[in-house]
Design a protein around this ligand. Structure first.
Ligand SMILES: [Zn+2]
Length: 238
């Protein structure tokens, strides 16, 4: 395993984030929301690769142009590029106090590369917080989304954001529909692709001793409290 491509070893004087919390969870597990809540409570910043890619597309850097090649074709940004994007973000001054990573690492290879990257900067993953939700429950949650058939812009959810009148958009009164992407069969196929690499990430952090699993089939607030407790107990960089 080499250092992230395109970066020649540790940069002088660079000090990595003092707290690095990695959020692990399937789509529908509530990971993004919990990442935001943790970051707010602990005064850390969240780093989501989705946001980083969108930012990279906006700025005119060489790295942004590299990211654009993949995003515009709708293909997965390859690991070396993703790692460079993350590494650049971690090196920003506002990340020095600590970060919550959301959506990265997505694979074991990325998790190993992150460990190496942080080690170069005298830092390490403080805690990997895994929000565990059974696959059938994920399917149920993800299949609950309904969108307005008028604009497609108004989004509801049978559990978390139900329309006032079932099946009808609150905003413009047009019928709500289920997108093909949100049909159970499509979701199951997507999860079948996404879960195995996520389990490898879970295994990786189990192996490095920083994994904490929490049950995700509870109220959001309850999960937040437990995650906060775990994050605060996590060792920090000396
Ligand atoms: Zn609408």
């Amino acid at each position: 395993m080499t250092h992230a491509a395109g970066v020649e070893g540790p940069r002088e004087g660079l000090v990595g984030p003092s707290t690095v919390i990695v959020m692990v969870g399937a789509p529908g597990a509530g990971k993004g929301t919990q990442a935001q809540r943790l970051a707010e409570s602990l005064d850390l910043i969240t780093i989501s690769t989705g946001d980083l890619f969108r930012a990279a597309l906006r700025d005119g850097t060489a790295l942004g142009a590299e990211v654009r090649k993949y995003v515009e074709k709708g293909i997965l940004v390859p690991d070396p590029v993703t790692l460079r994007v993350v590494e650049e973000r971690l090196a920003q001054p506002d990340a020095a106090h600590g970060v919550v990573l959301d959506g990265f690492p997505r694979t074991r290879v990325q998790a190993e590369a992150l460990d190496l990257m942080l080690a170069h900067e005298q830092s390490r993953v403080s805690a990997a917080l895994y929000i565990e939700v059974e696959a059938p429950e994920l399917v149920r949650r993800l299949a609950g989304r309904r969108v307005c058939s008028g604009t497609g812009q108004h989004v509801f959810h049978l559990d978390s954001r139900p329309p006032r009148t079932p099946g009808i958009c609150d905003i413009d009164g047009t019928p709500l529909v289920q997108r093909n992407d949100d049909k159970p069969e499509t979701i199951k196929a997507r999860l079948a692709r996404q879960l195995p690499p996520m389990y490898e990430v879970v295994d990786h952090y189990q192996g490095t001793g920083v994994l904490h699993a929490v049950r995700g089939d509870r109220a959001m607030d309850e999960i937040t409290e437990e995650l906060l407790r775990l994050a605060q107990r996590a060792p920090r960089k000396a």
